[in-house]
Design a binder for this molecule. Structure first.
Ligand code: UDX
Length: 440
């Protein structure tokens, strides 16, 4: 089939590339000329394992192309996917300006029947609004259908998730449109769930809000574990063995970040507020997350009394491993708090440094390696669970630091290992570990 995808951000680009990989002819459209040129030359503007390879393969096969010309893209398509951003407004609601602009552009350019598929995360009711905008502004009166097809991919595993997702949700305004989108997705071989448009829109928000709730829940449990001398790693393991609870998203840490959870939880609170519903549970989830992001700095202040003049190494800046995405990363809040407290911050991340430069407090010093970052440090903060950090030579690292103290926001090391390597170790939801002084 011939498909146009509008928006070459995370969702749009991965969708476009993967749809071409399963055999469709895909044209991706974006207003950003530099980005389109880069993509046409086979370079991915985002770091995502496996994506650039598929991008090049499908360009070479002639199934994938990129353009800034909406007219060319739309006239050619049997389905138009809307995958533009819905950034957060100051009040937490989703900004739909880009989505509405695309709807107007579709109205201007379509000349024959088309199925409009929304991938962007949009508040319940938005697909009906898109349909209305297209109907009201159509230059040529042609029939079209509307489908909500929310995206559940995770950054860092986006390509894998697209081919191995748990479900594809299709909310359509007609059975034939639902069938059409089902057909497009058939080669993925993933279970499809069909419903109405509003329910599909809600499934996306409810899923993200639920996962965020799981994370805030386990983080609250971890705070209790610290006070009651329990070990949160064992607690989540024991909980996760119950299949009704499940093992996933019970990893305690310094809270969730990224482009989805922070934005979508706040948007759902806003959506509920619009229909006079106080979503108290979700408000607490957000509050707990904000508190959790500040946990390590509090621990360090409790430990040192003052952070004035302390040299603190930050390992990990991205909001999670295998991505260079800095959006809503706990590192932003943490680096800022440390610098305001008078600390000297030396940061290292395997791939997010370039993005971090323009986002973090300008006083952060960036290091080119773990070794450079830890040299003469009073302590180390681990903020992202990169495998490179799990594998570092702790014996060597210990000798490079001024003091062998680790604050681990992701619990990447076992207490046994830390004891063996002689570190003072403060993690999340587990007892702090102090090296036993060697008797003379
Ligand atoms: C999330 C959803 O998983 C995905 O379905 C949706 O489409 C977009 O939002 P993503 O933001 O890429 O994906 O990352 P994810 O792996 O879900 O992690 C989100 C955040 O939660 C990260 O900051 C991660 O560190 C944190 N997290 C996750 C935890 O703190 N504990 C966990 O157990 C799991």
């Amino acid at each position: 089939m011939r498909i146009a995808v509008v928006g070459t951000g995370y969702v749009g680009l991965v969708t476009g590339v993967c749809l071409s990989e399963i055999g469709h002819e895909v044209i991706c459209i974006d207003i950003d000329e530099a980005k389109i040129e880069k993509l046409n030359n086979g370079f991915s503007p985002i770091y995502e394992p496996g994506l650039e390879q598929l991008l090049n393969d499908n360009i070479a096969e002639g199934r994938l192309s990129f353009t800034t010309d909406f007219e060319q893209g739309f006239q050619y398509a049997q389905a138009i996917y809307i995958a533009v951003g819905t950034p957060q407004r100051d009040d937490g609601s989703a900004n739909l300006d880009h989505v509405e602009t695309v709807a107007r552009s579709i109205a201007n350019h379509i000349r024959e029947y088309v199925v409009v598929v929304t991938k962007s995360t949009v508040p319940v009711g938005t697909n009906h609004r898109i349909k209305q905008i297209i109907e009201e502004n159509m230059v040529e009166k042609v029939p079209f259908n509307m489908v909500s097809n929310p995206e559940f991919l995770r950054e860092g595993t986006a390509v894998h998730d697209t081919f191995h997702g748990d479900r594809i949700v299709i909310g359509a305004d007609s059975d034939s449109a639902a069938e059409f989108v089902k057909e497009i997705n058939k080669p993925f071989g993933i279970a499809v769930f069909c419903t109405d448009i509003q329910s599909a829109e809600m499934i996306k928000y409810a899923s993200n809000a639920f996962l965020a709730t799981k994370i805030s829940f386990i983080n609250e449990i971890s705070n209790l574990c610290e006070k009651l001398d329990a070990n949160v790693e064992d607690v989540s393991h024991g909980m996760g063995m119950d299949q009704r609870i499940g093992r996933q998203f019970l990893q305690a840490g310094i809270g969730y970040g990224g482009s989805c959870f922070p934005k979508d939880t706040k948007a759902l609170i806003q959506i509920a507020g619009n229909v006079e519903h106080e979503f108290d549970l979700l408000k607490s989830v957000v509050r707990v997350n904000n508190k959790q992001q500040k946990l390590l700095v509090k621990k360090a202040k409790d430990r040192f009394g003052s952070l004035e003049g302390k040299t603190i190494t930050i390992l990990g800046l991205a909001f999670k491993p295998n991505t260079d995405d800095m959006r809503e990363s706990a590192s932003i809040v943490i680096c800022d708090q440390l610098i305001r407290s008078g600390a000297i911050v030396k940061a290292y991340d395997p791939i997010a440094i370039e993005k971090a430069r323009s986002i973090l407090n300008p006083e952060v010093v960036f290091a080119a390696s773990i070794e450079v970052a830890v040299t003469h440090a009073d302590c180390m903060f681990i903020l992202t669970e990169w495998s490179q950090f799990k594998q570092m030579d702790l014996t060597a690292i210990r000798t490079m630091m001024k003091e062998a103290i680790i604050f681990d926001g992701r619990n990447i090391f076992s207490l046994e290992l830390m004891k063996e390597k002689g570190f003072e170790y403060h993690s999340v939801g587990r007892a702090s570990l102090y090296p036993i002084p060697v008797a003379n």
